[in-house]
Design a protein around this ligand. Structure first.
Ligand SMILES: NC(=O)c1ccc[n+]([C@@H]2O[C@H](COP(=O)([O-])OP(=O)(O)OC[C@H]3O[C@@H](n4cnc5c(N)ncnc54)[C@H](OP(=O)(O)O)[C@@H]3O)[C@@H](O)[C@H]2O)c1
Length: 464
């Protein structure tokens, strides 16, 4: 249906619900007996008013399996034996694919570099310890929104004496955790603090981390990336320098921005970082002509997709996917079941049945219904960012994927391609874009990663 303007209106919203047995008089999805409730966000309300409150849900911690062939001996991290530190080695668990692999590779690369050069220059030592801090941060990726995930290492004469990672839910901050672990604070005046993001300088729900660092008179602070939050944005660095602390900025900056790409995207563009995931046959179909899409890809590829769910703050699908597939949209990697992202559904008709699986387990992860006629996706994303969602995984189907591409709102494209061939009567992953010449084809993505998983090839593209 063509509409003269984008966005939805309250009248349509209300009318669409008159026949919905699960709808209460306020036009909200009401809790059906034995079912969870959900939040309905009407785009007419610019603040995405929360009309049906839910129990808060906490996000998940992503544990990762090391990709290193042999575990690195602990003494590479800790030269003194009696330090009791929480190292990333302790938290093995689920699958290690995608981003964690990059961080692990990064760490390995830095260790290799170190062993080649027997003498550790200060710059290499800074890189080595920052790589470790990044690896710590990766542990809680997907668990700290709306706050960034930060890793911190405190070292004395090149030896790690304490570590911290932003706690689940975003607080306490990594620096505070690492500092609090040290009982004899006097030693800190000779210590160096490595942190993957500029320490905060403002009073939020906690006191500024820079004050804590200054109070303990650290000798040196090494920072990977400056914080783009307007409340910090260089202010933390300035305060540290004013307190005569030696500050080194930009060590492994690219990697630090990568791990917090959702946070940086929200701060710099006002909307979450969007990953579009497509699982297709070899000939690019997401389903057969009668909408059967189970299981196009292999078990390993589906685990990979669940891993993507785990590291994103929210997952979004179009209403037809809910109607046809009845997906749970949760993370079912063993050990991570309780840490699924928020679930978001786009709908015009707003007639979803509350017996659908997305309305179950609301106490673990809430469901947000974005309803309205031809919802303006950029506006919707901005509102989701205001609700603390920094990273969004779009899982289709065809109409939804096509709209995100048309609106140029895809930052990363993850294409999982199986060897099955479905044929031209199947449903294409991407719908009509209306191009008549090759010159018009979308070319704005660069291939950044390709991996083979048994029957599937997973290719990741990034917006140029
Ligand atoms: N293999 C895969 O990776 C994969 C992933 C997901 C889905 N699928 C398959 O994809 C098929 C469904 O795809 P589909 O293209 O039919 O539908 P879809 O994209 O899942 O859903 C389309 C619906 O979403 C709503 N919608 C989308 N954009 C909107 C906007 N801007 N404003 C308001 N509402 C909006 C509309 O809901 P209303 O209908 O309420 O108006 C629209 O009809 C299923 O067969 C499923 O199995 C495959």
């Amino acid at each position: 249906m063509s509409h003269p303007r984008k966005g939805c209106c309250n009248n349509n919203f209300a009318a669409a619900h008159n026949n919905n047995p699960y709808h209460n008089k306020d036009n909200n999805y009401a809790a059906a007996p034995g079912k969870g409730s959900c939040i309905t966000l009407n785009q007419a309300d610019k603040n995405f008013h929360n009309v049906a409150c839910l129990a808060q849900h906490t996000h998940f911690v992503v544990h990762k399996k090391r990709r290193l062939k042999k575990p690195l001996p602990k003494k590479r991290f800790l030269q003194k034996k009696n330090h009791s530190l929480s190292t990333p080695n302790k938290s093995r668990g689920a699958q290690d694919m995608g981003y964690f692999a990059k961080i692990n590779a990064l760490t390995l690369r830095n260790f290799k570099k170190m062993s080649l050069l027997q003498k550790q220059t200060p710059a290499l030592q800074d890189e080595r310890l920052m790589a470790y801090a990044l690896r710590l941060a990766a542990k809680h990726l997907g668990a700290t929104a709306p706050n960034p995930v930060v890793g911190c290492v405190i070292a004395l004469d090149g030896e790690i004496i304490s570590t911290g990672v932003t706690a689940k839910g975003g607080r306490p901050h990594a620096e505070k955790i690492a500092i609090d672990k040290i009982t004899d604070k006097k030693i800190l005046k000779n210590a160096t603090l490595y942190v993957t993001l500029e320490p905060c300088s403002h009073f939020g729900q906690t006191a500024p981390c820079v004050d804590e660092i200054i109070k303990n008179s650290f000798k040196k602070v090494v920072i990977a990336a400056q914080d783009s939050d307007s409340r910090v944005n260089g202010e933390g660095i300035k305060k540290l320098r004013e307190a005569s602390i030696d500050v080194v900025l930009g060590v492994l900056e690219k990697e630090a921005r990568e791990i917090n790409r959702g946070f940086f995207c929200t701060k710099e563009k006002g909307r979450p970082f969007v990953t579009l995931k497509l699982a297709t046959s070899l000939d690019g179909k997401i389903a057969t002509q009668n909408f059967d899409s189970k299981w196009i890809t292999s078990k390993k590829a589906r685990d990979f997709a669940h891993h993507l769910r785990a590291i994103n703050d929210a997952i979004l699908v179009g209403a037809n996917t809910v109607r046809r597939d009845d997906p749970s949209l949760d993370c079912r990697i063993p050990g991570l079941e309780d840490f699924s992202p928020k679930r978001i559904v786009l709908t015009q008709k707003n007639d979803l049945n509350l017996s659908a699986k997305i309305f179950q387990n609301q106490e673990k992860s809430e469901t947000i219904i974005l309803s309205g006629e031809k919802i303006d996706l950029l506006e919707a994303l901005k509102n989701l960012a205001q609700r603390g969602i920094n990273s969004l995984l779009v899982e289709g189907g065809q109409k939804t994927a096509t709209e995100f591409l048309k609106e140029n709102l895809v930052d990363e494209l993850v294409w999982i391609q199986n060897k099955k061939i479905i044929g031209s009567d199947g449903i294409s992953a991407i719908g009509d874009l209306g191009f008549t010449s090759i010159d018009q084809a979308l070319t704005g993505f660069a291939q950044v990663d390709v991996r083979n998983l048994e029957e599937d090839i997973i290719t990741t593209y990034r917006k140029l």
